[in-house]
Design a protein around this ligand. Structure first.
Ligand code: ZN
Length: 715
């Protein structure tokens, strides 16, 4: 299992979206095989097809877990026909796997290893690299030999929930033989590597009548003469497990019943909103995280149950989950549920502290030479009566952690029906969590960008400068919330961003900066989606042009509502998140050249924007003790894609300057020193500078993006 580059071909997003899939996990596993589709394919293409069907079934494999293979005959570089194992490569995900993700390993080289009794991991990896059909290609799965040592043509290995439910209890042999009789071989847990592959080969050789093999606390190995046979064998094995689970669970109380009351939905929401930024700050002190919240029924039933305090501390459902979730979640010590944010925060803080101590001790107890502590903070935080928080380096990863823990809850519930839930021992879990071959997969992820792990909210993001800023910050790795009174436009910008940088990286929402309720709602959505905030780009604005003696009070007030009060409302909400989060932050105000050099017939706009600039400077004073910087960008005459420059405003400004409307853009261009046409992207570049740590020592500053207007030089 491995984190991957944004996956744009799989399901929309991990996390809450897939919760409904979980609920019917024990429905009979149905075959997704389509004869018409499959008939068009053969060889590795058919393997790719079947692999995707397996990957689509989240109760079989999640997020990079499991693998498949096919033994074929191919021409090598000298034109010889050779036997080749095509096996899933390290770091790809079955549901979106492609032909190129199946490196070929020469079967001669694999069979030669059957003479060996043991082999170190590094030696095994180096050895297999020499057997590759395409040198320098994708590294084959760390479970390659499991496949190569099984004689059958096609092999499917899954981490099926139903199977680990049968084995993760204190009497797995009894349960397995009760369900499968002698048809299925069961092997005790052993970490993936050479020796488990050797044991699988020996067990199958000793039990020729066996139809499948179960690796306790890990998963399944099924095989067949064809890809179809191996697929069907897998489904049959799992269907029988699921039926056994359903039968066993009938009439049994899950998790010992309720220990604390579940808070009502509105109280859960309010409490989660109040504590999430603080928790994000606590978990992100050395490296920021994106935080997801989940209060779906299954999560609440578990976290609020009698048995959760103990069951949650036993261990993962299957080894490779540890890479995302760590061995254990942080279970928050609350004797009763409460919607008092201070009480919840106090308990959260203490429980995270205890987790850090326990995790550090676990690392110290099991570390080997050269092992480095990844980080001692939890990825899963369970709060009785409230729900679950999950943390990751981006929203996608936080969603994967969420997905995995849903499966963990299912497995714990199902396994407990057969006996006492058991998992890997702490040393076994450590071996996998810090296994160099698993850590290798992490190195396959691209290096993090400058704004990775950051959350930015941009107002007025449906067009012009706001849209360019949202795109620019996203290109540098930020998660972006796009707000605008034009909801469709905001969503369009967010869609453009996700199309460019991956699912989960942007949301678009309606936000009227003049409405306290609308602004608050937008920030609440931001917290629920990402857990907090790092960057506010207060950009929404409107223009109005008229000489003072002819200006209606309503026009003056409308300009102030948007261009002054609007900035106050969004900045206030931002400060209410940034201060308790304790991670600092950046406020960037898009003002105007008019702040320095006002324009005739432009009083309502210029005066309100001057208020915005003054607000920004006061925020530099108030934010500094919290590491929050506040800066201003003064653009001038950005026409492209702008709603501010409506036909009406263009007409009015042309009249004020005594020129024709069609001369307007040229007039503004020629009036700056560089004779430059100012584009939204130019302004976005300045915003990026002030939003990022590259301006870490700059606050209360005004940066002009106007081509050089002498009258507007900051002074
Ligand atoms: Zn496995």
């Amino acid at each position: 299992m491995a984190p991957q580059a944004p996956d744009r071909s799989g399901p929309a997003e991990p996390g809450r979206s897939s919760v409904s899939e979980q609920d019917d996990i024990l429905g009979a596993m149905r075959s997704r095989w389509n004869d018409a589709e499959a008939a068009k394919l053969d060889g590795v293409d058919l393997l790719v097809y079947a692999s995707r069907l397996i990957g689509a079934e989240t109760s079989l494999v999640v997020w990079g877990g499991g693998n498949t293979s096919l033994k074929t005959s191919e021409r090598d570089h000298r034109g010889r026909d050779v036997a080749v194992l095509r096996v899933k490569g390290s770091g790809s995900d079955l549901k979106s796997v492609q032909r190129k993700d199946f490196p070929g390993v020469r079967m001669d080289d694999i069979r030669a290893l059957l003479d060996r009794q043991d082999m170190g991991d590094q030696e095994m990896v180096a050895y297999l690299a020499h057997g590759l059909m395409d040198p320098g290609g994708v590294r084959p799965s760390i479970e390659t030999l499991l496949h190569g040592f099984v004689g059958a043509q096609a092999v499917v290995h899954t981490h099926a929930d139903a199977i680990v439910s049968l084995t993760n209890n204190d009497r797995p042999q009894e349960v397995l033989s009760g369900v499968y009789g002698k048809e299925v071989i069961a092997l005790e847990y052993r970490r993936p590597g050479f020796r488990i592959s050797r044991e699988v080969a020996d067990a199958i050789a000793a039990t020729p009548q066996a139809r499948a093999l179960v690796l306790e606390r890990h998963g399944t190995i099924c095989w067949g003469a064809t890809v179809r046979e191996a697929y069907d064998a897998t489904l049959e094995l799992i269907t029988r497990a699921e039926e056994a689970i359903v039968e066993r669970k009938q009439g049994r109380r899950v998790f010992g019943g309720a220990r604390v009351d579940v808070l009502p939905p509105a109280a859960r929401r309010a409490t989660a909103l109040a504590v999430a930024p603080r928790l994000r700050g606590r978990l992100g002190r050395s490296k920021r995280v994106v935080l997801g919240f989940d209060d779906s029924p299954g999560v609440l039933a578990f976290t609020s149950s009698v048995d959760a305090p103990t069951l949650s501390q036993v261990g993962p459902a299957t080894p490779d989950h540890t890479i995302y979730t760590k061995r254990l979640p942080c279970f928050v010590d609350l004797a009763r549920s409460t919607d008092d944010p201070l009480a919840v925060w106090d308990a959260l803080d203490r429980s995270v502290e205890r987790f850090v101590g326990d995790y550090t001790a676990y690392f110290e107890a099991h570390k080997f030479v050269g092992a480095e502590l990844v980080d001692p903070l939890p990825r899963v935080v369970l709060v009785p009566g409230l729900g679950m928080f999950t943390a990751g380096r981006d929203r996608r990863t936080a969603g994967i952690v969420n997905d995995i823990y849903h499966h963990t809850i299912d497995v714990i519930g199902n396994a407990s029906a057969f006996g006492r839930y058991v998992s890997l021992t702490a040393p076994d879990a450590f071996d996998v969590e810090y296994w160099p071959l698993e850590l290798y997969k992490l190195t396959l992820a691209p290096p993090e960008k400058e704004l990775a792990r950051r959350i930015a909210l941009v107002t007025g993001g449906a067009s012009g400068i706001g849209r360019a800023v949202a795109r620019r910050l996203a290109m540098e790795g930020a998660h972006v919330v796009v707000g605008d009174v034009d909801e469709a436009g905001a969503k369009k910008t967010a869609d453009d961003v996700t199309a460019a940088v991956g699912n989960g990286r942007a949301i678009g929402l309606r936000m009227d900066v003049t409405s306290e309720a609308s602004v608050r709602a937008a920030f609440e959505e931001t917290i629920l989606a990402f857990g907090g905030l790092d960057i506010l780009v207060s950009n929404a604005g409107m223009a109005h042009s008229a000489p003072v003696d002819r200006m209606a009070l309503g026009d003056w007030e409308r300009s102030f509502a948007v261009n002054a009060t609007g900035h106050f409302l969004v900045a206030r909400e931002a400060m209410r998140i940034l201060i308790p989060q304790e991670l600092g932050g950046a406020l960037v105000f898009v003002a105007t050249k008019n702040v320095m050099s006002p324009g005739k017939d432009f009083a309502a706009y210029s005066a309100a924007k001057a208020a915005e600039a003054q607000l920004a400077k006061v925020l530099a004073l108030e934010g500094a003790p919290h590491g929050i910087r506040s800066n201003i960008v003064n653009p001038d005459a950005v026409f492209q894609d702008s709603k501010l420059w409506s036909d009406e405003v263009r007409r009015e400004r042309a009249a004020a300057q005594g020129i024709a409307v069609e001369q307007l853009e040229d007039f503004y261009r020629k009036r700056n020193l560089l004779g430059a046409r100012i584009l939204p992207e130019d302004v976005a570049e300045a915003v990026l500078f002030l939003a990022a740590d590259r301006s870490a020592k700059t606050t209360g500053c005004t940066l002009t993006v106007d081509g050089g207007v002498k009258d507007a030089f900051p002074r």
